[in-house]
Design a protein around this ligand. Structure first.
Ligand SMILES: NC(=O)c1ccc[n+]([C@@H]2O[C@H](COP(=O)([O-])OP(=O)(O)OC[C@H]3O[C@@H](n4cnc5c(N)ncnc54)[C@H](OP(=O)(O)O)[C@@H]3O)[C@@H](O)[C@H]2O)c1
Length: 459
């Protein structure tokens, strides 16, 4: 017979033997059961699982890289797997939205870590609810918390995430997901490597995409004159709405000629994501003391080598003649800046000072990206240059369980084994923390975020 813990209040924290611990806990009463331990035993691996009947199934779907290839469809397959159990310092997150990144195909091609052999899990970032956690993780998180994270294995219905890599978010809105990689890259790269000064000219390539949209906004906030490249008039209109001074639709205007003619003094800072011939144009148009930040080179990702052709022989001459520099940026190398960047961006978003454009594929062939299988369509959509804003896939609708079920149980497990002692508690006042996002291709921010504002102060 399993011991039963009865308690009121919503916080499901580390309570074994009637000890009051964690944040927001209230009194816990044991119903007819003598506690086996009076304190939490750190020698055990303890897990608290939101075990709400059907809310955590025994198996789930996830995307697994089974063969190294830059062709995402060839490399990745949908597999069934057991829902993982979080370790002591980990959270089990039920993913609501996951972000698609250009580098998902670099990862599936094995370019991130050539020593890594398949099978391995795909996907870099997600947002959802905590449905299980380890003891140490419970000092900062609890079941029902809404979190976002930047960590491998996001293309899954459930992902185990180290608590230290999880960011509390006020609500499960896909807009917050845009900040984890795309926003953070623009924020940190421009801050650390851009040396932006008021009045300088900044060129952003792939400007209407996931990270480009943020680079445009941060450069504008720094008082710069901003030029953005894109492939359609719709995207150019979007860039104008972000106060981009000059949107260049390179399918109708020649980028090199336009820059030469309209910016004869050159470009001070380039936020460059495309590579190849676009990089060449950017280098050729650098101003004296110009800084070119290499963010990526997407035009080569779908090739065997992954690197687009670049005529670089004269590069040292061009840099020297203008005292210019090229600087590489890779987000994982700047994690010491990460929390500050996210906190500031979330504040900007909830105050209406940052547009976080999300593209869930509502206008895509086949419709909105819903369900893990639609990650394949979402990757194709991005590589067809159709996305406006950050490409996001909705993994699952809001959990019915977290909104309505009055009861859940805490499972207390030892060393990841299935042998467990379980405790049940009543959580009648659990309030829903999930918000279904309905708007896409509409700018988010301003008054609609006012209710999130106070919650964001906690970040
Ligand atoms: N260094 C880092 O840490 C870091 C972090 C995040 C992202 N990135 C880089 O940032 C870039 C953008 O990534 P993202 O995830 O935010 O994607 P995204 O900008 O949302 O989508 C990619 C955009 O690139 C353009 N594009 C797509 N395929 C292309 C091709 N074959 N040739 C030229 N342009 C193409 C398209 O815009 P248009 O059709 O409008 O041109 C497309 O919308 C990538 O290079 C990525 O590797 C780097």
């Amino acid at each position: 017979m399993l011991p039963v813990l009865l308690r009121n209040g919503r916080r499901a924290v580390s309570v074994i033997g009637g000890v009051r611990t964690g944040r927001g806990t209230d009194t816990v009463a044991l119903a007819g059961v003598q506690p086996r331990r009076s304190i939490i035993d750190q020698s055990y691996s303890v897990h608290f699982m939101d075990f709400m009947g059907t809310s955590i199934p025994s198996s789930m779907k996830k995307l697994v890289v089974t063969k190294l290839s830059h062709n995402f469809r060839e490399a990745v397959s949908v597999q069934n797997a057991a829902v993982p159990t979080p370790g002591d310092k980990e959270l089990l997150v039920r993913n609501r939205f996951v972000g698609v990144n250009a580098s998902d195909i670099n990862y599936s091609a094995g370019r991130y870590d050539p020593s890594r052999k398949p099978p391995f899990d795909a996907g870099f970032e997600g947002i959802g609810e905590v449905v299980g956690l380890g003891l140490s993780a419970s000092s900062r998180f609890t079941i029902g918390d809404t979190v976002a994270y930047f960590c491998n294995g996001a293309f899954a219905e459930y992902t185990v995430v180290p608590a230290k890599e999880s960011v509390p978010v006020p609500a499960v809105k896909p807009e917050f997901l845009t900040l984890l990689v795309s926003g953070a890259t623009a924020y940190i790269a421009l801050k650390r490597l851009g040396d932006l000064a008021k009045g300088e000219t900044v060129l952003v390539t792939a400007a209407a995409g996931g990270t480009g949209q943020f680079a445009v906004q941060f450069a504008k906030q720094a008082g710069c004159h901003v030029i953005g490249t894109c492939s359609s008039d719709e995207k150019a209109g979007f860039l104008k709405s972000l106060h981009c001074d000059r949107a260049i639709n390179y399918t109708t205007e020649d980028l090199a000629k336009t820059l030469r003619k309209e910016y004869p003094d050159g470009i001070d800072v380039v936020y460059e994501s495309v590579g190849g011939s676009v990089l060449e144009v950017a280098v050729n148009n650098l101003a004296n003391k110009g800084r070119l930040i290499v963010i990526g080179f997407i035009s080569g990702y779908q090739t065997q080598v992954g690197i687009p052709h670049f005529k670089g022989a004269t590069l040292p001459v061009k840099l020297l003649q203008r005292s210019a520099s090229m600087r590489g940026f890779f987000l994982p190398h700047f994690m010491s800046d990460y929390r500050e960047a996210l906190g500031n961006m979330m504040q900007m978003f909830v105050k209406g000072r940052l547009v976080c454009e999300v593209d869930c594929g509502d206008l895509a062939e086949g419709g909105r990206f819903v369900g893990l299988e639609s990650v394949f369509r979402a990757v194709d959509y991005m590589y067809a240059g159709k996305n406006l804003g950050k490409v996001v896939v909705e993994v699952a609708p809001p959990s019915v369980a977290t909104e309505t079920l009055p009861q859940c149980e805490i499972l207390y497990r030892r060393d990841l084994s299935q042998a467990c002692r379980a405790a049940a508690f009543t959580s009648r006042h659990r309030k829903s923390k999930t918000h279904r996002s309905t708007s896409t291709r509409s700018h988010s921010g301003g008054s609609q975020n006012s209710s999130l504002h106070s919650k964001c102060e906690l970040l």
